[in-house]
Design a protein around this ligand. Structure first.
Ligand SMILES: [Zn+2]
Length: 72
């Protein structure tokens, strides 16, 4: 599986940082219907490093469509 580069953690919602919502499209995730992208380390400028746990939709095609349809 190819993992895309993740968006900067500072651009994500708390739900996305905690793995409750898809890191790409922001949809709320259901256990078993998502993919674990593994533990990531973030180091905010001037702050302490911490771990976060991105998750994403298992249906990447549907996820990409949702992401494109999203007006940010
Ligand atoms: Zn998604």
């Amino acid at each position: 599986m190819t993992v895309r580069d993740l968006p900067p953690v500072s651009d994500l919602t708390e739900q996305q940082q905690r793995g409750w919502s898809c890191v790409w499209c922001g949809t709320a995730l259901t256990v078993g219907e998502d993919q674990d992208l593994g533990e990531k380390r973030a180091r905010p400028e001037g702050g302490a490093a911490y771990s976060w746990f991105p998750r994403a939709c298992s249906d990447t095609a549907a996820c990409a469509r949702r992401e494109q349809g999203q007006a940010l």
